[in-house]
Design a protein around this ligand. Structure first.
Ligand code: OOG
Ligand code: MG
Length: 262
């Protein structure tokens, strides 16, 4: 760690206020080039602590930057991990208020729900498949707090990996007989296909993203508890949305989910 506790608390407050008041900030590594990975995750943890202290509930975890399309779009080469809290949740078919966000984008995700805890190190695709209760389709709405959606990996980790809203489709599909790598993914905006891909775009297999998260937490002596819902990361590039847009996602064998932006 390179930053002291006061600086970490100050940066968490800066980023969380930007989220809650929907305004952008310059990326924090500009003023703190010395910050390291532990500092970045410590700032994120402090944002979660602030939310929990205010009565918000943790509802899930997310992996980000797990597909080459996303890494290329954002100019980074390593996945990142973040959290989801209750007020991020939008029902399937529900409305997202653009006014509450800065410059939102949507991305198609394969979402896991676990029936067993996962604890790294040593987790792999097999461990994850064995621990998975079911998968669902999900639309994640990301909204970087950084100006022009531009950042480096440490800055985006501190900003909880741009998390802001998400919706889950209603079908809970068990994994038996399902090859997540070859599931087709089609996301439409206002009836036009804007993002098309397949599960394998996420690290070769979306379960590999969950294994990475388990191993990341394991290195900190933490585990993913049974029952946890986890977004495995955008399959395609993220797509900008504006008021009036309707976004719908279909994933082969998993059904669909949609959102309206108002
Ligand atoms: C970082 C968050 C990425 C994903 O699924 O790749 C993410 C960003 O692109 O702003 O959620
Ligand atoms: Mg995502």
């Amino acid at each position: 760690m390179k930053l002291n506790q006061n600086t970490i608390a100050g940066l968490a407050e800066l980023l969380e206020s930007a989220e809650l008041q929907a305004h952008d900030v310059v990326k924090i590594t500009d003023a703190h080039p010395e910050m390291d990975w532990d500092d970045a995750y410590a700032i994120q943890a402090e944002i979660l602590r602030r939310k929990l202290a205010r009565g918000n509930r943790l509802v899930g975890l997310k992996c980000g930057l797990t597909s080459h399309a996303k890494m290329k779009q954002m100019g980074v080469e390593t996945p990142c991990f973040g959290f989801l809290v209750d007020y991020f949740t939008v029902p399937d078919g529900g409305e997202v208020k653009i006014k509450e966000l800065i410059h939102p984008k949507v991305e198609p995700e394969i979402v896991f729900v676990l029936k067993k805890a996962l604890k790294g190190p040593g987790c792999h695709i097999g461990t994850v498949l064995d621990a998975t209760d079911f998968v669902m389709p999900g639309i994640e709405v990301i909204d970087s707090r950084y100006r022009d959606f531009k950042f480096d990996l440490k800055s985006v980790i501190a900003d909880n990996c741009s998390s802001s809203r998400y919706a889950l489709g209603g079908m809970a599909v068990p994994l038996a007989g399902l090859d997540l790598r070859t599931l087709g993914v089609v996301m439409e905006k206002n009836g036009q296909p804007v993002a098309i891909g397949a599960g394998a775009a996420v690290l070769g297999h979306p379960a590999a993203a969950i294994a990475m998260l388990a191993n990341h937490l394991g290195a900190r002596d933490e585990e993913i508890p049974a029952g946890t819902m986890i977004l495995s990361g955008g399959v395609t590039e993220a797509v900008s949305v504006a008021a009036g847009d309707h976004v719908s996602l279909r994933i082969q064998s998993l059904g669909g989910v949609s959102l309206k932006f108002i």
